[in-house]
Unconditional design. Sequence first.
Length: 352
Amino acid sequence: MSGRVCFVAAPLVARSGVYNSTVEAVTAARARGLPWTAVIGVAGEASGSPTDADGVTELTLEPRGLGGVRDLAGRLKSLPQVREADVIISMIPQSDMALSLTSLPWIAYLRGLPWPARGESSRAKTAVWRGLERLALGRAREVWATTPLLARDVGSIVGRIVAPGLQPPSALPRSPEPGTFVWAARYGHDKNPSLFLDALRALPQARGAMYGTGPLRDALANDAPANVRIAGWAPRAELWSDAIAYVGTSTREAFGRSAVEAAMLGIPTIVSDRFGCAEMLFTDPELRKLCVLPVGDAAAWTRTLSVVHSDPRMRERIASHVKMNAAGLTIDSAVDNISAASAAVSRARSQR
């Protein structure tokens, strides 16, 4: 589809996954001459600097509950790139809710579960949020999900799976003797960092590093065994330079950008069965059984890490397999997928 596509992602509290995906998609599309734009609203205290990417408008916008959603709807309608778009693609639930209050043509592109998962909020708040978001999604032209796992979690309201992608990282200098199991995520409960600590605690001959920021940093530092380093934030070159494998332990990961990035670099990847990218990266049943693991079985993680640590041939086999499959998850392939899906939605409406 070569029409005017406008992404909306507001409000965001961090310049992280959704932010990066939105900027990368618009940049890749405009490099092809496609008139894609984006409006991104970011909280004032978010780390990092606003993007200067062509076609992307970044606003300072604070999360403010339902009142903020109403204000966002009015603000979006006032922006020419939103008002004049052939189709608007919403990237987060608050944007869904705001756009549902307008008559603008929009599609909900779910990047994660659009309401709190079990245990993340009170039952009352979860019920209200789920009800409001389902009502909003019912007013979209179509609802997309990034992965089959996310579509299954959300249910029948999802009309289409539109695979995402990311900008392939440049090749990085790598140690000839990689030795560190790398965990990279926010230090939060949903990322399940204690599972990584437990698996490495039972494997003292190996070493691990946990990269990230978040509220659990001090607790992790106090609980970490001697062979695990709580490393904080680090640039990409440091993150992957000595990686023997990427290890993702999240209990909820709709896609998994870090896992896909590691795979693109030819780094073996071990993830939980709650990673949306798992069935995209692992199409070999034997490797999937070895490397896609349940979140509740620390012993299974230790066994897999032990195999990867001790067997260079298996590391090479895993690395080659995931790198091959990650080649289909680039930002260029994502632009193709979004274009095709948008065109299909437009055709379906014109035939009614």
